[in-house]
Design a protein around this ligand. Structure first.
Ligand code: UCC
Ligand code: FAD
Length: 686
């Protein structure tokens, strides 16, 4: 013993203390979700549904969450040529991505929307499952959204492409197909109608060959796609604009596994969503089948847009719920000033604000799913149909923005030293927010090491270490849980293989440090999973129509229905408020909503007689007003349910304290006056 302590005194590593913060743990997201459970108890109290979601929640924790993370760690790569020099353009995805495809089929994540087992409530059931799945799914929800959208288009057009429909909606993992949605070209992703250059040449057998360049195509490893093109006449001429666009279905691969005239130019190097392959594609004679009437491409693909926009909202709410879940879990583990974070009222106030946003977003999104289910089950009233048209872009645009705020604020709640600038950790977060994969490479690339030095010292042999990173002026220290040595060795081997592929020269740095850093880095990435969610969410407001373009879609829905959608909106909100008015506790919320609703009504009436362009300037504020008022009405409606709790009432009251109608506030300070546009230009280009 004496010898031992003598030796240890000479050679032991320095002590770094005994306290190590416990990380937040994911537990069954279904049991953790009071609002989802209450919502289902109220509207879909089927035991079978509850059992399925309970089981699925366990599967998420035990299996799916890890697969989602693997997709983040192993982004797809493009293999242009095979070993013998043949052009193959294979998009190589990781095993976890393939597993997620199988699981999606097994769980009926798309199928449930078409089996319609729960009648009007089938979409609510399906989307409840999707919402639980999304934050663990490594963005596999992206191909599922487009798959569902394609099935919806095929079903609604009633065209005879039975095999494709059956494969898109099957639970058989061997037959299950996913679909892409190739709309965006270089000239325009919002203005698809002017931007589409792709042409379609009719073949003698009635099929078409497509020629063009698709600028953004996500989940390009899909089996088939829907896409837009202009049919040419025998002289090669086509019609410009929206009325020249038709909708086509193309399989991406031929029966022998070769590509169907699709050349993958490159994969996009993206800020986030790196799990999903997003490619630029040259279509060079792609065989395709006409799905729509000629010239009805945009109107026909609109059904797909409806579905993918709803998925977008579902995934946005899923992200908000997951971060709130982890924040509150962490608050039970992290202490400051002598007590747990959960016992600091100010901290909990911050979390409760996230909770209010999440609840409002959840109720709006589920309402849109409910309306979709009713429409598909042929039980929608006229009002339901109008509301579905109006609320789809509203829910997509508003929840996408909410998700970014909620996730960002949620990250801060893990703060402590992580958010104190001079610890250096904030810069790690920023790096990660720009791109977690960049962070990963920067850490292991030798030529970057002089800029920042990384040292680590295992303290208890195997599972715990301190990472010190010196970067420019700042030092950062973080305590990281290491995986067991066996897992570590496996990961090192995998990393070496991975980086040989990406041609990083690991050999010359082949000392103990480099691969260990890489492993550590992976651990940081796991710990900062939340950051990744933030990355993923920022795209939610761009794809499937940007915020402004969807605000204009809200105007389109109003104009096309000659204002009926707005009348449906006002009637519906009024009815909900009337029903809730009996509750004294809810009265302040109801009063605030009534006042905002009247303001909105006055605004929309006056807007009709204003100069052209005024309404367009107000489109975003108008959409936000519709979102906030409707969310308020739904929170009140939920809180007025006889089995609601006092927290439901509290959430409704809190929501209604904000400016519910920014379009009226904007109008009162002259934001939409005729001279405003010129002043905005002057300001921007000052
Ligand atoms: O970004 C993409 C996907 C990526 C991955 C998926 C992820 C999903 C979520 C997963 C979460 C993790 S795919 C690309 C998405 N692209 C867009 O969303 C395009 C954005 N631009 C627009 O939405 C524009 O507003 C356009 C393209 C629709 C505008 O086209 P037009 O031709 O200029 O517009 P028109 O002339 O007003 O409309 C043509 C017809 C009209 O019908 P008819 O002819 O009967 O009067 C419109 O009423 O289309 C109808 N229409 C609609 N119908 C247009 N928009 C809609 C709509 N939203 N709903 C119903
Ligand atoms: P633009 O249309 O050039 O828009 C630029 C800006 O101008 C935006 O802020 C927009 O709001 C604003 N703007 C445009 N028009 C107006 C207007 N009339 N009034 C006010 N503001 C306006 N596309 C596909 O087809 N398939 C895919 O699978 C796909 N995957 C994607 C994946 C990722 C990760 C990303 C980032 C994009 C993807 N896209 C995909 C493309 C996406 O749908 C488009 O980028 C998006 O629709 C915007 O089009 P754009 O890039 O051409 O921008």
């Amino acid at each position: 013993d004496e010898l031992d302590s003598h030796t240890r005194a000479l050679f032991s590593r320095s002590a770094i203390g005994t306290f190590f913060q416990e990380r937040p743990l994911l537990t069954n997201p279904f049991t953790q979700d009071a609002l989802l459970r209450a919502y289902l108890r109220r509207h879909l109290p089927e035991q079978e549904v509850e059992r399925d979601l309970l089981r699925f929640g366990e599967r998420l924790v035990a299996e799916i969450d890890a697969l989602g993370r693997q997709c983040e760690l192993k982004p797809p790569v493009l293999q242009h040529y095979d070993a013998w020099g043949r052009r193959v353009d294979r998009i190589l995805t990781c095993d976890a991505w393939t597993r997620l495809k199988r699981i999606s089929a097994q769980e009926g994540l798309v199928a449930a929307g078409y089996e319609r087992t729960y009648g009007d409530w089938s979409r609510v059931y399906q989307m409840s499952k999707m919402y639980l799945f999304a934050p663990s799914a490594g963005l596999y929800t992206c191909p599922l959204a487009m798959t569902d959208g394609a099935a919806k288009v095929i079903e609604s057009l009633g065209v005879p492409v039975r095999e494709a429909f059956e494969r898109l909606t099957t639970r058989d993992e061997k037959r299950f197909w996913t679909s892409g949605q190739w709309m965006t070209e270089r000239r325009g992703g919002s203005d698809v109608s002017s931007g589409t250059e792709t042409v379609a040449r009719r073949q003698q057998d009635g099929w078409f060959k497509l020629y063009g360049f698709k600028w953004f195509t996500s989940a390009t490893d899909a089996d088939m796609t829907l896409t837009l093109a202009r049919i040419t006449d025998q002289h090669g001429r086509s019609t410009a604009g929206s009325s020249g666009l038709s909708l086509f279905l193309a399989e991406v691969w031929d029966a022998d596994g070769s590509s169907n005239g699709v050349e993958v130019q490159r994969l996009k190097d993206k800020l986030g969503t790196r799990q999903v392959p997003t490619a630029e594609l040259l279509l060079d004679g792609t065989n395709a089948q006409l799905l729509s009437e000629e010239g009805r491409g945009v109107a026909s693909i609109a059904n797909m847009l409806t579905i993918t926009r709803i998925y977008n909202a579902v995934c946005a709410v899923g992200a908000m719920r997951r971060i709130s879940h982890l924040c509150r879990e962490y608050a039970c583990k992290r202490s400051a000033f002598g007590k747990l974070l959960k016992d600091h009222a100010l901290h909990v106030q911050t979390l409760s604000r996230l909770e209010v946003e999440t609840r409002a977003a959840f109720l709006l999104t589920m309402e849109v799913c409910r309306l979709l289910g009713r429409e598909e089950n042929r039980s929608a009233s006229d009002r339901d149909t109008l509301l579905l048209r109006l609320l789809t872009p509203v829910a997509k645009l508003y929840t996408a923005k909410q998700a970014v705020c909620v996730v960002s604020e949620g990250l801060e709640s893990f703060g402590g030293q992580g958010y104190i600038e001079d610890t250096g950790l904030p810069s790690m977060l920023r790096d990660a927010q720009v791109s977690v994969c960049d962070l990963h490479l920067r850490f292991i690339r030798s030529d970057e090491l002089p800029v920042g030095q990384i040292c680590f010292s295992p303290t208890d042999g195997s599972t715990r270490t301190t990472l010190t990173r010196t970067h420019s002026r700042v030092n950062a220290t973080a305590v990281i849980d290491l995986p067991q040595p066996r897992v570590r060795r496996e990961r090192m081997a995998a990393l070496k293989a991975e980086h040989t592929q990406t041609r990083l020269n690991l050999d010359q740095n082949e000392n103990e440090k480099i691969p260990c850093f890489a492993v550590l880095d992976q651990e940081i990435r796991r710990t900062l999973e939340l950051v990744l969610q933030g990355n993923a969410k920022s795209v939610l407001s761009i794809w499937e129509g940007t915020t402004n373009v969807l605000s204009l879609d809200v105007l389109r829905s109003i104009a096309k229905s000659s204002g009926s959608v707005l009348r449906a909106f006002f009637t519906d909100v009024n009815e909900r408020l009337l029903a809730a008015d009996a509750s004294a506790a809810l009265r302040p919320a109801v009063a605030s909503l009534c006042a905002s609703l009247s303001g909105l009504e006055r605004f929309t009436r006056a807007a009709a007689s204003r100069p052209a362009g005024t309404l367009e300037l107000s489109a975003r504020d108008l959409s936000y007003s519709l979102a906030r008022i409707y969310m308020g009405a739904l929170l009140v409606d939920h809180a007025a349910w006889e089995k609601a709790t006092h927290t439901d009432v509290y959430a409704a009251l809190r929501w209604c304290e904000q400016d519910l109608c920014p379009v009226v506030s904007g109008d009162s300070v002259g934001c939409y006056d005729p001279q405003t546009a010129a002043m905005d230009t002057a300001l921007v280009y000052d």
